[in-house]
Ligand binder design. Structure first.
Ligand code: ZN
Length: 415
């Protein structure tokens, strides 16, 4: 096997194409290795439409960026024929080493994608030596092609959650297949609330699925989401995931703490002590803060105690036990005289939220699916944010979510 054969293998070139020359340009920095490909005179090429072998009509020289050869940038040059097909007229042929319209070889693009899956786009672009704008173009192309192939015909259970693509603004909602443990993301879009559910329904129908086959939806307790599920997925049972119940109360405790701290000084370390769970992960300082909160009868302590009672509900082993514990919880908190201070209003609102969504919360104990999946999305969001760091467009954030956690990773590898 000679050097040309090795390069041919790497490029995926086959007859009638062959390597006709290579030059190393040492004047440029970095040096450029240029490989020229050509075909035998009189060779035939398949028509891109009907695949019938046709003769060349004319040739046009094209150049593609290929993988670096050691430290040298490498380019492929070839005179690409246009054929004349009796049926389809004059057409440019496909070349085996690059996709139509791309200025990069397939191998170059595959390596680019595999780097982007592992590191921030900026760093990947630097390593392979192209601009990040060009790299994003490659990434977007493969994602859209792969997402088009996604088959959702067997989808029956979904979960979704929203997150901010950047601080505060630009919400992105992500949908997952609850039956899939790995690479569960099937759809991500800019926006939140009812509108994204409409979009997802359309997407589902374009990909072989049907809204009527969705029997379970896991989500948070936002009004807009629940209204959307009722309107677009009316055959589904809604399950509120436990993570969002806890979050509702954690936020309430935090609001009480902030309000109360404006009136009097709270013990040091109160903030983290009340945010954490009290099951052994507290530091000594935090334990002391909680003890003092209780002793001094702070409202923050009352709010925190309400939140801690949730853990007892979650541990219920059966649906019946859960129903009983939830009733007991509501009875218990109603005897705590939360109305005695306006400071406790956030807790009252959290409890009212639970009452309003009680069936969906209890559905968790009937559910065939782990509602912890949505909680797991948080680490995905963090990873995607890190990969897309420095780019403002929410599409870059969505692209990273797809690359890291949707099945397109496999689809890309198989193309
Ligand atoms: Zn043809």
């Amino acid at each position: 096997m000679n050097g040309n054969d090795i390069i041919s293998l790497g490029l995926g070139i086959e007859s009638p194409w062959k390597i006709s020359g290579q030059t190393l340009n040492q004047e440029s920095t970095p040096h450029e290795l240029r490989i020229s490909l050509s075909t035998d005179r009189g060779a035939s090429f398949p028509c891109p439409v009907c695949k019938k072998p046709c003769k060349a009509h004319d040739f046009r020289e094209n150049t593609w960026r290929h993988l670096n050869f050691f430290q040298h940038h490498c380019y492929i040059t070839a005179a690409v024929p246009r054929i004349r097909c009796e049926e389809h007229g004059v057409k440019k042929i496909e070349v085996p080493w690059a996709r139509r319209g791309s200025k990069f070889t397939l191998l170059f693009e595959q390596v680019a994608l595999s780097l982007v899956k592992e590191m921030p786009v900026r760093s990947a672009a630097r390593i392979i030596g192209i601009t990040d704008k060009k790299l994003w173009r490659i990434v977007f192309y493969y994602i859209s092609v792969s997402m088009n192939k996604l088959d959702l015909s067997t989808l029956t259970a979904i979960g979704f959650d929203e997150t901010a693509s950047k601080r505060r603004h630009n919400y992105v909602t992500v949908f997952i297949d609850l039956d899939k443990e790995k690479q569960p993301v099937i759809f991500a879009t800019v926006g939140k609330g009812k509108e994204v559910l409409r979009q997802f329904k359309q997407f589902l129908h374009r990909h072989g699925g049907h809204a009527d086959r969705i029997v379970e939806v896991v989500c948070d307790m936002s009004k807009a989401f629940l209204a959307g599920v009722g309107e677009y997925f009316d055959k589904a049972t809604v399950t509120v995931d436990w993570f969002h119940v806890v979050q509702t109360f954690t936020e309430a405790v935090n609001k009480v703490r902030v309000l109360e701290s404006k009136q009097k000084e709270l013990p040091k370390h109160t903030r983290w002590a009340t945010l954490k769970n009290a099951d052994g992960t507290l530091t000594e300082n935090q334990k002391e803060a909680l003890a003092e909160l209780e002793r001094m009868d702070f409202f923050t302590a009352i709010a925190w105690r309400v939140k801690e009672k949730l853990r007892w509900i979650r541990k219920a082993a059966t649906p019946r036990a859960a129903t009983w514990r939830l009733s007991h919880f509501l009875l218990n908190v109603s005897s705590m005289e939360l109305h005695r201070s306006p400071l406790l209003q956030p807790v009252i609102e959290a409890i009212e939220t639970v009452i309003r969504h009680r069936p969906a919360i209890e559905a968790r104990w009937q559910s065939q699916h782990s509602t912890a999946r949505l909680e797991g999305l948080n680490s995905l969001f963090q990873a995607a944010r890190a990969r897309a760091r420095g780019y403002r467009n929410p599409m870059t954030f969505i692209a990273m979510i797809y690359l890291i956690a949707s099945p397109i990773g496999n689809i890309i590898n198989s193309t």
